[in-house]
Design a protein around this ligand. Structure first.
Ligand SMILES: Cc1cc2nc3c(=O)[nH]c(=O)nc-3n(C[C@H](O)[C@H](O)[C@H](O)COP(=O)(O)O)c2cc1C
Ligand SMILES: C=C(O[C@@H]1CC(C(=O)O)=C[C@@H](OP(=O)(O)O)[C@H]1O)C(=O)O
Length: 368
């Protein structure tokens, strides 16, 4: 399905080489201020063609609201928005149609949709479908500021380089680095590594870390609508995202209980933990510590190196060297997507809270 969310629902539509891409965000009450500058800042961070280590496809990615908005305030009906696709080149996909790229969804769209498959630009499997995710997510992030929630994402590991400084609390900080690895020395090293990879006709994977601050304790539900389940469900809509871990994640598998347990203490009247191996979640519910998780992005599958494939018409072996414009390092472009989608997840969890706490989340000044 193309719809996600519980009380806050997002439907996305369109495809990479169709005329439009867009979304419908349903569930916001009337009177929520929609800040265009804030949304545009996040759309620009996701936009293709922003430097020499991203795809050279050039899109303006300006949002056009088509419903639900009156003079920058929601009117309580579904918020509909579209983006025009401006720079697509179908001929790059002529060969790919019958010679599927290893690692992309060309083969699975052939199995599922056959002759009706929307293959140009990866169709609706394209990374471009993350555009409405960022639009909706940035709206959610802006609302979350009413209760001082801020969300930080950055590249923690890629190309053999790993960030040591884990104390990043500014949601804009990683965007002052070309690679979004927030360390001046590692940023240079990773940038040069990506340039080498491009020369080589290859690509690179990476890991994105996310930390959400000031999360109130008690949101999330036991079992199926846990914080982990909600976040993972949304994150796996990001094309190329292949894994997620919360807190210490897979490292817990080599720890003892006494190492893994986050012990409690009082900080004034707040209960905190000395460590945060649980990533701020216990029993699927937030415990008031920062919400922390990491995701892994695979290396881009569309590479210029020659690779083995098959011809779907002749049923013979064939070869492919992908031409066209591709991201050598999708991790960089996925940073604002992960960050904004985290905002969507947290807002939906708060709006869906079964304990019916009266969150002053929308700050509409009418006592709601
Ligand atoms: C922002 C973004 C940009 C992407 N750019 C490309 C690209 O230029 N070329 C490519 O082959 N894959 C790109 N991808 C990844 C593919 O869309 C993805 O690998 C493909 O849809 C198959 O899905 P899967 O990898 O999740 O199985 C991008 C992903 C994201 C999130
Ligand atoms: C355009 C975007 O990313 C695209 C994601 C993508 C893919 O296969 O995922 C393939 C490329 O599209 P094309 O072959 O049309 O140039 C990227 O440029 C975008 O993110 O806005």
């Amino acid at each position: 399905m193309f719809t996600a969310g519980n009380r806050l629902k997002l439907t996305i539509f369109g495809s990479s080489h169709g005329p439009y891409i867009g979304g419908i965000l349903d569930g916001l009450p009337a009177g929520v201020n929609i800040d265009m500058d804030y949304i545009n800042k996040w759309l620009d961070r996701r936009r293709p063609g922003i430097n020499s280590i991203t795809t050279q496809r050039k899109e303006s990615d300006r949002i056009e609201f088509i419903s639900g908005l009156k003079e920058f305030y929601t009117d309580g009906s579904p918020l509909g928005f579209i983006f025009r696709n401006e720079d697509y080149i179908n001929k790059h996909y002529d060969y790919i149609r019958d010679n599927p790229r290893p690692g992309h969804a060309d083969i699975t769209m052939y199995y599922k949709y056959g002759e009706y498959r929307n293959y140009e630009g990866g169709g609706f499997f394209s990374g471009r479908m993350t555009l409405p995710l960022v639009a909706a997510g940035s709206i959610a992030m802006h609302i979350l500021k009413n209760i001082n929630i801020s969300i930080v994402s950055y590249i923690k590991s890629a190309g053999g380089f790993n960030i040591q400084n884990e104390n990043i609390s500014d949601e804009d900080y990683s965007y002052s680095f070309r690679t979004r690895m927030p360390d001046p020395d590692l940023d240079d090293k990773l940038y040069n590594k990506i340039l080498e990879i491009i020369k080589d006709g290859d690509s690179l994977g990476g890991i994105i870390k996310t930390i959400a601050y000031n999360i109130p304790p008690g949101i999330g539900e036991p079992f199926f609508d846990s914080v982990e389940g909600t976040i993972a469900h949304l994150m796996f809509s990001i094309p190329g995202l292949k894994g997620i871990e919360f807190g210490a994640g897979f490292k817990l598998g080599s720890m003892s209980g006494s190492q893994a347990n986050d012990t409690f203490y009082y900080d004034g009247d707040k209960i905190k933990t000395r460590t945060n191996n649980s990533g701020g979640i216990l029993g699927g519910i937030t415990n008031g510590m920062p919400l922390e998780f990491s995701v892994v992005m695979k290396p881009t599958s569309s590479i210029r190196k020659k690779q083995e494939t098959v011809n779907l018409k002749t049923h013979q072996p064939s070869e492919i060297q992908v031409i066209g414009r591709h991201d050598p390092f999708i991790t960089l472009r996925a940073v604002p997507v992960v960050q904004a989608l985290t905002g969507f997840a947290i807002l939906d969890l708060i709006m869906s809270d079964s304990s019916q706490k009266k969150w002053d989340i929308f700050n509409r000044g009418d006592g709601n």
